[in-house]
Design a binder for this molecule. Structure first.
Ligand code: GLY
Length: 373
């Protein structure tokens, strides 16, 4: 039997855990995305507003632009490959109105994994398909298996392999006794120019940057229509040079993406391993469910990430993580662990893309920590 004191405690605990009232629709059409998603949010809002597209179809159409763009090396076609030179993609979708979800992980040979994630949601009694099974499922639905490695990504991968050194500073790909070139990891320009005489200095600088600082890129896109319906999608080629089979946060419902039709949606880009540890997207949405603004919800989640390393800046400096939050009432935020990053001496602030009722812009993210030059 429950004692009076315990009854009181459990009521208090329940009250603390109770969600706020379901948010009401703002009547606005809103889409937010990672910084590579300016075109995605623009298309998503246009499709929802002018062509009455469903929120998930609009979000997927938006990210398809990046998935099919060979110049975005963090997503889909042209994404940087795993350590064996094979592109492996992860994606997830969530549809607010039906409260359903689908995802694929480590899928090869398909340019638009977000579309396969939606098919998993619509055509199966499962939520997640991986690897070979996901590819067979895509082919069964008429998708063509294609080479996803572009010349640019292939050469960047080769340069990464050539940059590898053992404990004595030696690499199998040279320079060495039987391989030309003098320069090593500290001064790669001359050595790279000698090996790739036809490549531009800009390409070689970029390739060295990604060889020595693997990327996690990714695009997340969240949508809200005038009726208050919401959806989301996250799609990525994951961590460059990863172990074959490594899966990040993007296809994991609750980490890379979460939508609660009554309250809001959230997604993430950056180092997936850190996000999975805090079930980031779910945590952000749950915070909003308890009444936090989008900014407060993201900030609290970033604090949990930092707490996992006892707020040790030296450790936290080694990665980036970003969250995007959109409430049903139209409040939104993008937030990052760091204010930005330095790439080839240039500071790049963290931004996110937003479109409200047809007007698109990049906005600065709120952040937890400030990187010194
Ligand atoms: N957030 C993308 C990944 O870690 O794979």
């Amino acid at each position: 039997m429950i004692s009076r004191r315990n009854w009181f405690l459990s009521s208090a605990a329940l009250a603390a855990a109770a969600p706020s009232q379901a948010q009401t629709a703002s009547g606005r059409f809103v889409s937010i995305s990672s910084s590579n998603g300016l075109r995605a949010v623009t298309l998503a809002v246009t499709l929802m507003k002018q062509r009455n597209y469903d929120t998930l179809d609009a979000a997927i159409s938006g990210v398809n632009i990046q998935e099919e763009d060979p110049e975005d090396n963090s997503v889909g076609y042209g994404g940087l490959p795993n350590e064996e030179g094979i592109v492996e993609l992860d994606a997830s979708v969530m549809h607010g109105p039906t409260r359903r979800a689908g995802s694929v992980a480590s899928i090869r040979g398909i340019k638009t994994p977000s579309k396969i994630a939606k098919l998993v949601m619509e055509r199966t009694d499962h939520i997640m398909l991986v690897g070979e099974g996901a590819l067979r499922f895509a082919k069964a639905h008429g998708f063509k298996e294609e080479e996803l490695l572009t010349e640019k990504s292939r050469k960047a991968w080769l340069i990464w392999k050539e940059s590898l050194r053992d404990g004595r500073g030696h690499g199998n790909w040279g320079p060495g006794l039987d391989a030309p070139g003098e320069a090593g990891r500290e001064a790669p320009e001359a050595w790279l120019r000698e090996r790739y005489p036809n490549e531009s200095p800009e390409f070689l600088a970029w390739a060295w940057e990604v060889a020595t600082h693997p990327i996690t890129g990714t695009i997340n896109c969240l949508t809200l229509n005038g009726k208050g319906e919401m959806s989301g999608v996250t799609t990525t080629s994951g961590l460059s040079w990863k172990l074959p089979g490594r899966v990040g946060d993007s296809p994991i419902i609750g980490a890379g993406l979460f939508v609660d039709q009554d309250h809001g949606a959230a997604g993430s880009t950056g180092r997936g391993e850190e996000n999975i540890r805090v079930a980031g997207a779910h945590t952000v949405v749950e915070n909003m469910r308890h009444g936090m603004s989008a900014k407060e919800a993201v900030t609290d989640c970033l604090k949990r990430v930092a707490r996992n390393y006892n707020n040790d800046r030296k450790k936290l400096e080694q990665f980036d993580l970003n969250f995007y939050a959109l409430r049903k009432d139209g409040d939104f935020a993008g937030g990052s662990l760091w204010n930005g990053s330095y790439s080839r001496g240039q500071f790049r602030p963290r931004r996110f893309a937003v479109n409200v009722d047809g007007t698109a812009r990049l906005e600065d993210c709120i952040y937890l920590l400030e990187r010194k030059a």
